[in-house]
Design a protein around this ligand. Structure first.
Ligand code: HPA
Length: 306
């Protein structure tokens, strides 16, 4: 069973070892030595790494104690360190994230966040691909997360289940303001200043453990419960980031819209077949690619001011 009792001392020692590995790698690069921002690249958003300027160095997950490799679509995953914007803000970019549905425990999927804290990073920028549940949302829209529903958490699958890491944060963590107001504001200001007209909503991210996509009835349930977008990541990372007193900015790219209409009835002799299932895959990839370019520009301008 995931995230039950684990050896908290061993876990803390491994975090230290990972931090030492990263620090040793960065030692030669004066400007990179103290990364201030961590960026987690979601599906279709790996291009964010392109905004990192030289010196740019990489560490593969296998080189870092405690890191698991992503099992999704073959790429093992790496940390990329570099600089952002005219102000040369040092950042650590995580390309290839770990998901609960891959079978990892929450201690494993959120290990990179603990590492970020251990090397004194202050802010985490989390991105993901998500399904639109709010009927106003279109493929290619963005949503800045201003709150979440940790659905697996209600059944006990909370990233903080198990012994508390007291040196990081409290046993009972408040989450009413997890998504930093000032960072969200800065994001919107940067977007406006750049004159980018892509739709950016603010809304509630509904964490579903996956790996299946939602049924029609589940889409309706999520809508009723107040979710605006649904995805299989982010919330465990945000919970652990907040437990580690890191500031959080989180962004969803809407790659498809959830289908909530009831299926045609077999009782009906001439049923009207619904043909508006999942969006066409090519369109989704295209939308992700286009949106990703806007995200890169807005992030560059936002992170430059941190
Ligand atoms: N549901 C869950 N996760 C997702 C989706 C979705 O529709 N789209 C991208 N990630």
């Amino acid at each position: 069973m995931s995230s039950g009792i684990f050896d908290v001392n061993e876990y803390s020692i491994t975090i230290e070892e990972a931090a030492n590995t990263v620090k040793a790698k960065l030692l030669k690069y004066e400007q990179l030595r103290k990364p201030r921002v961590m960026i987690i690249c979601g599906s279709g958003l790996g291009g964010i790494v392109n905004i990192l300027q030289e010196p740019r160095i990489e560490l593969r997950y296998e080189e870092i104690p405690g890191f698991k490799s992503s099992t999704v679509s073959g790429h093992a995953g790496k940390l990329v360190f570099g600089l952002i914007g005219d102000n040369k803000v040092p950042v650590m970019c995580m390309v290839g994230r770990l998901h609960f549905y891959e079978g990892y425990t929450f201690q494993e999927t959120t290990f990179p966040i603990r590492l970020a804290k251990a090397i004194d990073i202050e802010t985490v920028v989390v991105t993901n691909a998500a399904g639109g549940v709010n009927s106003d949302f279109k493929v290619g829209d963005l949503m800045l997360i201003n709150d979440h529903i940790n659905f697996p958490g209600f059944a006990g699958f909370n990233a903080l289940r198990g012994p508390n890491l007291v040196e990081y944060g409290p046993r009972f963590l408040p989450l009413s303001d997890a998504y930093d107001f000032d960072l969200r504001r800065l994001f919107f200001k940067s977007k406006k200043k750049l004159g980018i007209d892509r739709t950016v909503h603010e809304g509630v991210y509904f964490f579903a453990a996956g790996p299946t996509y939602e049924s029609r009835a589940e889409v309706r349930m999520i809508r009723t419960l107040g979710g605006d977008a649904v995805g299989m990541s982010t919330v465990p990372e945000v919970v652990v980031a907040r437990h580690s007193q890191l500031k959080v900015l989180a962004l969803s790219l809407i790659t498809n819209v959830g289908v909530g209409e009831k299926p045609p009835s077999a009782l009906d002799e001439s049923p009207v077949r619904l043909d508006e299932g999942m969006a066409n895959h090519e369109e989704v990839l295209e939308a992700a690619n286009e949106a990703s370019k806007d995200v890169q520009k807005i992030f560059e301008a936002t992170i430059n001011q941190l």
